[in-house]
Design a protein. Structure first.
Length: 256
């Protein structure tokens, strides 16, 4: 009898020890799973940070390469002006600078050498030649363009009625676009043509200065292009028919 009781106690002890072992094993496995999950999360964060870092590094490298290309383009335009005798006299009317949007090429008026006759949107012959030469240089780079026309503050037309400086500056910008295309610039490189009248003077302290009458050509960098396409209005969708409106009737077939 005592031997049987002792055997039962041993079995009960072994069962208790087994239960404790299994409980400890389950707790240990749960800990391993938590650690593994934390490791995967941490590894995912590190991988995401690495991807972001690589993407930012790539963008920075693209910016540097594009800035170098635009600087080279600026040098090419200057070289064309200096190496072409018939354009050398116009060099004083060219302004080249780098802006947030890219390389800006401005052609300003001088009293002795205007781009257009007063009130006209017909480009003068020597300016036609200059624009065609610039168009041939710009055709060598893939960047898109914005063209802006500017006037001085001298009122033109009947104020807010009829043909004003707004229409005149727009027509002059568009005439300059055509001259660039004649020089070899592909038509689809131009993203925007706009007339700004006298709203953005080159010489704000002298609203009537001839330099305010100018054409601006912006060779856009990638960031400027991206901003343009992000702010471009989406295509219009047809309005849905009104609720309860009758569907249009099909036209009767013609009799044979």
């Amino acid at each position: 009898m005592a031997a049987r009781d002792a055997e039962q106690r041993r079995k009960s002890l072994r069962r208790g020890q087994l239960s404790e072992y299994l409980a400890a094993l389950s707790l240990m496995l749960r800990g391993y799973r938590i650690l593994a999950m934390r490791y995967r999360v941490k590894a995912g964060e590190i991988e995401a940070q690495q991807r972001n870092f690589n993407l930012q590094a790539l963008k920075n490298e693209q910016r540097r390469a594009e800035a170098a290309r635009l600087e080279d383009l600026k040098s090419q335009v200057q070289e064309v002006l200096e190496s072409t005798p018939q354009l050398a006299a116009l060099k004083s009317q060219i302004r080249l600078d780098m802006t947030r949007d890219g390389l800006r090429i401005q052609i300003v008026d001088e009293n002795s050498r205007p781009m257009f006759d007063s009130g006209s949107a017909v480009v003068k012959g020597y300016m036609q030649e200059l624009l065609r030469e610039i168009g041939s240089v710009l055709a060598e780079v893939p960047n898109r363009l914005t063209l802006e026309g500017h006037t001085d503050a001298q009122p033109f037309g009947a104020g807010g009625q009829g043909y004003t400086n707004w229409e005149l500056s727009s027509d002059r910008a568009n005439a300059s676009r055509r001259a660039l295309i004649q020089g070899g610039l592909p038509e689809d490189r131009v993203l925007r043509v706009q007339g700004l009248a006298s709203s953005s003077p080159f010489e704000p302290q002298d609203p009537l200065s001839p330099a305010n009458r100018r054409i601006s050509i912006i060779v856009m960098n990638r960031e400027a292009e991206d901003r343009f396409f992000r702010t471009a209005p989406p295509p219009e969708e047809p309005e849905p028919p009104e609720v309860g409106a009758e569907a249009p009737q099909a036209a009767p077939l013609p009799s044979r």
